[in-house]
Ligand binder design. Structure first.
Ligand code: KG4
Ligand code: ZN
Length: 342
């Protein structure tokens, strides 16, 4: 089965074609980062309008890349949620209509399931069951995964998501949007140990997270380090970025180890934008090696939003005979535990 995947839930227009036999055939991504950068964050209405401009040309591009015509598609998967409703509607409308015109099945895919399954696109995919750490701009969750659609939420952030915390820390440090990669870059030049930030909730039992206190701590540190003219040195900014990143990474690592132990599992899948963070990858790998557990993640471009993960997830469900009716589905909020098992 050859499935077209359409991702338009936020600020990237991602398209891909996944073949159930041959794997990924084509993939294209248009990032709206420049469009939103001057506002310091995603402007939903601008995002929707840009998806309208980009989706159809990118569909032609991936078909071209795969050497296929529309008629050779066997199904269409589009992100149905969670995300910005206007942005979701664009992909849902185009995906559902195109499938109707071509008389092929369509399916709405859960964005976080897409992220969670993205490591399956790599050479050494994880076997079920495993623990998934989902860390994106909107979510921080630990999930027990027993198969596709067999998800049990073990813990989640009670306030800000990890990616959101990175984005807010970036703003406080005078960096651009999206903040995660910028904070990581600045942290590379920082001195370990000059500032020590709290590790939120690690002393609490359980697997929930909280990152809003870290945000306040970052803000207070930045304010107290300013001189009489309100200036702060580049080295101090780097040292703060380093301490912030360390606190987030250590908190995530501690909770991942705790989740594996609680569930008696030895495989951890890390997915979502923040899983592209090098320090998180290195620290998690080192920590899990000590307890004989393995870490799996996607290549960096498949950690952040992309069409390949949606084409893959949709393909698994369509191959299993699942499909949607003719309605156009967009759910800004959509608990992953509601998904049907495959
Ligand atoms: O998964 P994603 O592309 O979109 C959502 O579904 O939210 O995640 C985007 C988030 C942003 O908050 C961004 O700052 C963060 O992932 N991010 C990173 C890195 N790359 C992206 N955070 C830390 N380090 C990175 N290298
Ligand atoms: Zn995402």
């Amino acid at each position: 089965m050859r499935i077209l995947g359409i991702e338009t839930s936020c600020d990237e227009t991602g398209l891909a074609i996944y073949d159930s036999e041959q794997g990924l055939l084509a993939e294209a991504l248009y990032s709206q980062i420049e469009l939103h950068a001057e506002y310091g964050g995603v402007v939903p209405e601008l995002a929707s309008r840009d998806h309208i401009r980009k989706t159809l040309p990118l569909i032609e591009q991936v078909l071209d890349q795969a050497g296929m015509t529309r008629r050779q598609l066997d199904g269409i998967a589009y992100t149905a949620g969670p995300g910005l409703v206007g942005a979701l509607m664009v992909g849902a409308m185009i995906g559902r209509s195109l499938a109707y015109a071509l008389d092929i099945p369509a399916i709405g895919v859960h964005h976080m399931e897409g992220h969670l399954l993205a490591p399956m696109l790599e050479e050494n995919p994880p076997a079920f069951p495993f623990i998934a750490l989902l860390v994106s701009g909107g979510h921080t969750q630990l999930v027990r995964v027993d198969g596709i659609g067999r998800y049990r939420l073990l813990g989640e952030s009670l306030d800000d998501a990890a990616g959101e915390a990175f984005d807010k820390a970036a703003k406080m440090l005078g960096l651009g949007y999206p903040g995660g990669p910028e904070v990581a870059r600045l942290a590379d030049g920082g001195e370990e140990g000059r500032f020590v930030f709290p590790r939120p909730m690690v002393k609490h039992p359980g697997l929930d997270f909280s990152f809003s206190g870290l945000k306040t701590f970052t803000l207070n540190t930045v304010q107290s380090e300013r001189d009489e003219e309100g200036l702060i040195s580049d080295q101090t900014r780097a040292d703060i970025a380093c301490a912030f990143q360390r606190a987030v990474v250590e908190t995530l690592v501690i909770k991942c180890k705790r989740a594996l132990k609680q569930e008696g599992l030895t495989r951890l899948v890390m997915a979502g934008g923040v899983s592209a963070n090098r320090s998180l990858r290195e620290n998690l790998e080192a920590a899990l090696k000590k307890v004989n557990a393995d870490v799996f993640y996607a290549r960096p471009e498949f950690c952040t939003d992309n069409g390949a993960m949606i084409a893959y997830a949709g393909c698994q469900r369509l191959v299993a005979g699942q499909l949607d009716d003719l309605s156009v589905n967009a759910y800004p909020r959509w608990p992953m535990e509601q998904l049907a098992a495959v």
